[in-house]
Design a protein around this ligand. Structure first.
Ligand SMILES: *Cc1c(COP(=O)(O)O)cnc(C)c1O
Length: 404
């Protein structure tokens, strides 16, 4: 068994060896610039980029011309949100998103608020769902974009893309979805789900870091964007800069493997996740699974261990790589804003761990991790004064604490 055990596939994945194999020649032999039109080095690179473009397009039911290369999902989200805001500002200045989105959506939205745009921040219910009636009511004739993620990176809840897309279409507003976590895990089809813009990142789907895509719908409606990077006019003028050919080839191969293997991989991931959950719950029946138990990512589970301090728990299980809250905020001790928005108190949010499994995870690793985490959680809980009070039958929600 590998040590430490990696159960943090939602933070990043290793490259699939098949992806690396496909990439290698593009570092050395076929190193051309895809924008070089006058010789075969350029043509070879361009052909590889176009093949990758159609491989990514196939994963999401798009036309290859609708796929733009970026440096990852952070850039794709920024380009979608700021690009639409600037391009459509004559039509309106209103955007809608939810409080549980990734920072790469929240922060561009906050930036737009400083530039005279209005943002509606939808709250979510206890499972992480927005209320579709509330969404509908929030859309006005000034609304130019709704941005709601395909599935949440912290607790896995999947939004009903098709319903949201249909609503946006009926109301005449554009719909962007950050599908970074959903790629290769949940069905994505930009036509069936009425998606106008969609962000993907290679390193969350067994491709290399530093490459991603933004899907931009070409017809009914034709979506236009103000570029955020100006230069040589690459990518239909929407994203200048010499293409990362090696990374792009890797992302194409990664997308192809995801598409071909989803049908077998997803049931495998669900089995691993359910195995981990039942093992934890059997040993610690009051552990809480966060998010929607049904409509969610197959490979991820977020579990709260009541009366156990999360940071101490993580410190105690060094041989297992997991996240508390999201990786992006785990440097701070602030409880996760996503878990708090589900209504979890600071205590419970602090005691939560995200386990995310992947293509290379084994049953033995899951069993070891579950047993190890539970053992440590029970040990810490025995030392917790709060737990002692609970055992004595004291209702700690009614305790008046004195602060010094
Ligand atoms: C990882 C992640 C991002 C950021 O993607 P990068 O390619 O690392 O910039 C954005 N959104 C979600 C939901 C993610 O999980």
């Amino acid at each position: 068994m590998n040590n430490p055990i990696y159960l943090d596939y939602s933070a990043t994945t290793p490259c699939d060896p098949r992806v690396v194999e496909r990439m290698v020649p593009f570092f050395t032999e076929t190193f051309g610039n895809a924008a070089s039109r006058s010789h075969s080095f350029g043509w070879t690179a361009e052909a590889a980029v176009e093949e990758a473009r159609s491989q990514v397009a196939q994963l999401i039911g798009a036309h290859p011309k609708e796929v733009l290369w970026t440096s990852g999902s952070t850039e794709a989200n920024n380009l979608a949100i700021k690009g639409v805001a600037q391009m459509y500002k004559q039509k309106g200045n209103h955007m809608i998103t939810a409080v549980t989105e990734h920072k790469a959506v929240l922060d561009p939205m906050k930036y737009l608020e400083t530039q005279g745009y209005e943002v509606t921040w939808l709250e979510v219910d206890g499972q992480g769902h927005v209320d579709l009636k509330q969404l509908e009511d929030a859309i006005t004739d000034k609304t130019i974009l709704v941005s709601l993620m395909a599935a949440n990176n912290e607790m896995g809840t999947a939004h009903p893309l098709k319903e949201i897309g249909a609503l946006c279409k009926a109301k005449g507003t554009l719909f962007h979805t950050d599908a970074t976590q959903a790629a290769g895990k949940l069905p994505l089809d930009v036509e069936e789900q009425h998606i106008d813009l969609l962000s993907l990142s290679a390193h969350k789907m067994y491709g290399p870091k530093g490459v991603g895509t933004l899907y931009v719908r070409r017809k009914s409606p034709r979506v236009r964007l103000t570029s955020q990077m100006d230069g040589g006019g690459h990518e239909r003028g929407m994203r200048s800069g010499t293409l990362n050919v090696t990374g792009i080839v890797g992302m194409g191969e990664a997308a192809k493997i995801c598409r071909e293997e989803m049908d077998t991989e997803v049931p495998y991931l669900i089995a691993l996740r359910d195995r981990l959950q039942s093992r934890v719950l059997a040993a610690m029946p009051d552990a809480v699974i966060n998010g929607d138990p049904d409509n969610r990512l197959p490979h991820l589970t977020n579990i709260s261990f009541p009366y156990v301090e999360g940071e101490s728990l993580l410190m105690g299980i060094k041989e297992i790589a997991v996240s508390s809250g999201s990786a992006c905020t785990s440097a701070s001790l602030e409880p996760s804003y996503v878990l708090k928005s589900l209504g979890l108190g600071d205590e419970l949010a602090h005691s939560s761990i995200r386990f995310s499994m992947g293509r290379f995870t084994t049953e033995a690793e899951v069993d070891f991790a579950a047993d190890r985490v539970v053992k440590e959680a029970l040990r810490l809980r025995e030392m917790s004064p709060l737990w002692e009070m609970v055992q004595e039958g004291i209702d700690i929600s009614k305790v008046k604490w004195t602060h010094h």
